[in-house]
Ligand binder design. Structure first.
Ligand code: SF4
Length: 447
């Protein structure tokens, strides 16, 4: 039963100490009632109140974490429907599926490139999260062999897929994974599947075609002591899946309907081709998927999905930033020019990649602009002559160069006069407006 803000307030210390980041205990209580903060933000709640508040303050979508050999894939703990309201916290795990009618050698050959895949995106290292093994033979021994073949290639979290509890039991015995995800319990097998999940401390997917079916099953399974559940709302097409996923998330967040307060599972069904699977995965990433499975691996498929995920789960109020400082590109010397940009990641990497690609040495001064791009920062007063000059001094740029040439981004040519005043003795140049024109500019103007 959800408590109101006033009911929660009565259980808080009422000292208004502000350590939770709110001016009063009442303000904190209101946020707690709205599930927008966690109880742990108040360090002074008594143990007695903690116990009473635990249910009320529990996140509306349970956090489910798969663990394996130091890797984790966590989903849940979300508190908003739309990321512009606050942010989404746990990126959905991306899993590649293999089926147990492949030989061990075929499984290894299929999964090795996916396991090794690692891509740099604006300074972040993106990888896949794990692998799913599905039984299509119905044979427990074949399934166990397939699981072992996957573990020969990867130690990441596993999803074990079969409707037969005996097959799942064989997979669990073979798996090198502390907390795998069993897929799935349904109206026929739920007792046996819940027993396996409990015995192996695994998380459990629950299949259902309707909200009632899902809620009924989660209640029954929870009563057995298994709490780490993941919902698989089965729809015949993208539209049905989207509708069910959205209804589940709304009921969990807006109505605090605990029976559907779990992360969602998204996996293709038999016969769905690579194009359909790509769209399904993208839809799952955008709309509430917690664990997303696809049957294919190719860099050109994985990269857009990983980048989409990264962008959706980035706090929209906090742009991705790089550390301000003086960066060296192509081994600059004291004769090399200094180019200036801001610390918005995408801006930094666009400029740095072009300078790098030019093959010419340069210093890149990345100024503190609160993660904004050049034009936005300039318009917001975060990228001006005074700030640039301040960072020239802060990062001791004058000590590194003999040839005092500094290049402003073309869009901020208007700053050159002021910068000359701020940096006497420096030659101020105006670079191109677009990063793509930097190599030609460096060759023609700076070489
Ligand atoms: S930290 Fe706790 S006691 Fe202090 S203001 Fe916040 S809710 Fe009140």
């Amino acid at each position: 039963m959800a408590l109101s803000g006033i009911q929660i307030y009565k259980m808080l210390p009422k000292t208004n100490c502000k350590e939770c980041g709110f001016p009063t205990c009442l303000a904190f209580a209101m946020k707690l009632a709205a599930k927008q903060v966690e109880l742990s933000a108040c360090p002074h709640v008594s143990e007695e109140s903690k116990a009473q508040l635990a249910e009320s303050s529990a996140p509306p979508v349970r956090l489910v974490t798969l663990k394996s050999n130091g890797y984790q894939a966590a989903a849940g703990n979300e508190v908003v429907l739309f990321r512009h309201e606050k942010k989404f916290f746990h990126m959905p795990g991306l899993f590649i599926r293999v089926k147990d009618d492949l030989t061990s050698e075929q499984i290894k050959a299929k999964l090795a490139p996916a396991e090794a895949y690692e891509v740099d995106y604006v300074g972040l290292e993106l990888t896949l999260d794990g692998f799913a093994v599905e039984s299509v033979t119905g044979d427990a021994a074949a399934f166990a062999t397939a699981v072992q073949a996957v573990n020969a290639v990867s130690h990441r979290p596993l999803i074990l897929m079969s409707s037969d509890p005996d097959v799942i039991a064989a997979g669990l015995a073979a798996a090198d994974c502390e907390i795998p995800l069993i897929c799935a319990a349904d109206g026929d097998n739920w007792e046996a599947m819940a027993g396996l999940a409990k015995e192996h401390k695994a998380a459990l997917v629950v299949n259902g075609r309707t909200l009632d079916e899902l809620a009924d099953l989660t209640e029954k399974i929870k009563a057995t002591g298994v709490e780490d559940l993941v919902l698989n709302p089965i729809g015949d097409n993208l539209s049905q899946r989207l509708a069910l996923s959205t209804q589940i998330r709304r009921l969990a967040l807006k109505k605090n309907f605990r029976a559907l307060g779990y992360p969602l599972f998204v996996a293709p069904m038999d016969g769905e081709d690579i194009a359909y699977q790509s769209i399904l995965a993208a839809q799952g990433i955008a709309k509430y998927g917690g664990f997303v499975v696809i049957d294919y691996f190719a860099p050109e498929l994985a990269y857009p999905l990983l980048v989409l995920r990264q962008n959706i789960y980035t706090d929209p109020q906090k742009p991705i930033q790089v550390q301000p400082g003086l960066y060296e590109i192509n081994d600059p010397t004291p004769e090399s020019p200094v180019l200036v940009t801001t610390n918005f990641s995408i801006t930094y990497f666009s400029v740095a990649n072009e300078v790098d690609g030019s093959g010419l040495p340069a210093w890149l001064l990345v100024t503190e602009a609160e993660g904004m791009s050049v034009l936005t920062a300039w318009a917001a007063g975060k990228f001006d002559a005074e700030r640039i000059a301040k960072d020239v001094k802060r990062f001791n740029v004058a000590d590194k160069v003999a040839n005092k040439r500094i290049v402003l981004p073309g869009h901020t040519a208007v700053l050159s006069g002021e910068l000359e005043e701020e940096l006497p003795g420096w030659e101020i140049k105006v670079g191109p407006r677009e990063a793509v024109d930097i190599p030609a500019f460096m060759k023609q103007v700076l070489a």
